[in-house]
Design a binder for this molecule. Structure first.
Ligand code: HPA
Length: 276
């Protein structure tokens, strides 16, 4: 079955089972960052395994459910947990939920992730708005047959992250006293963490944060013309000259501690997001 058929099957499922569900925006919550959904008072929750062709996350810290929420006039879909390329999922599978939500109406995409800080000035526990990214996963969801009705074969990537959404996020941070950093996210496939030499190379390339998600979803979303905001929660410092041991458990622990600020920030951003 082609990727397009699988995406359209999921879309059909939603149109049949939830005809009222036409999201304006999509929020993706990353590893250990599921708490904001509770403050969004979901109207409905559905597990990924109940949705045709939705890839299930197999990693601890990802719950794997989709929620429908209403924030003022904004209809919001929330993906709590995502599939990663390091779990063995194909790029098409990783980005499938984003494509499905776009075809159901979502014009804006807010992605969150847990990331290591490559910038010595960006402390652990802070949140970085993604200004740009470097895709080092070695994968691309657009490889193969292009579906012109979804987007062009060679989408422009000169301005991927939406300046207007970044301004809304920065203003929200200022209002709440949460100083948002701004920087370049390096996306790797993982699942191994970086050696000191890799960390040094990624920093020299211009990276400020590094993680194992986001870039593939962003490429697919850009291809389909979505407005994109990316927020990286910096869970560990990843500095070549004072490399500290990092574990997934430690990353999840710090991610959990960032949930409070992330929740406040997201609520403020969503309150200022107009349905298109
Ligand atoms: N490297 C890669 N991915 C990550 C890191 C890191 O240091 N922290 C959280 N996700």
């Amino acid at each position: 079955m082609s990727e397009k058929t699988k995406v359209l099957e999921s879309v059909k499922f939603f149109k049949k089972e939830f005809p009222e569900f036409k999201p304006d925006a999509l929020l993706v919550l990353g590893s250990g960052l599921g708490e904001p959904v509770q403050s969004l008072s979901p109207i409905m929750t559905i597990r990924y395994d109940q949705i045709p062709n939705f890839p299930e996350s197999t990693v601890i810290g990802h719950s794997g459910s989709l929620c429908f929420c209403q924030v003022k006039k904004l209809k919001l879909a929330v993906l709590n947990g995502r599939a990663h390329a390091y779990e063995g999922y194909s790029p098409g599978e990783v980005v499938r939920p984003v494509r499905v939500m776009k075809l159901l109406g979502a014009g804006s995409l807010i992605l969150t992730n847990a990331a290591g800080s490559l910038n010595p000035l960006f402390n652990c526990g802070s949140i970085m708005s993604i200004a740009d990214h470097i895709n080092l996963t070695g994968e691309n969801p657009l490889v193969g047959q292009n579906y012109e009705e979804w987007g062009p074969m060679f989408p422009d990537m000169s301005r991927v992250y939406c300046p207007e959404l970044i301004s809304i996020a920065q203003a929200a941070g200022l209002k709440l006293g949460i100083a948002l950093k701004s920087g370049v996210y390096v996306g790797i496939k993982g699942p191994s963490l970086e050696t000191p030499a890799e960390t040094r190379a990624f920093r020299m390339m211009g990276g400020d944060a590094i993680g194992m998600s986001t870039v593939l979803e962003v490429i697919a979303a850009r291809h389909m013309g979505m407005r994109i905001l990316g927020l990286s929660c910096l869970t560990n410092q990843n500095l070549p000259d004072c490399m500290a041991e990092t574990s997934h458990e430690e990353i999840l622990k710090v991610a959990c501690s960032i949930n409070k600020n992330l929740t406040k920030l997201l609520l403020e951003i969503l309150n200022n997001l107009e349905p298109e």
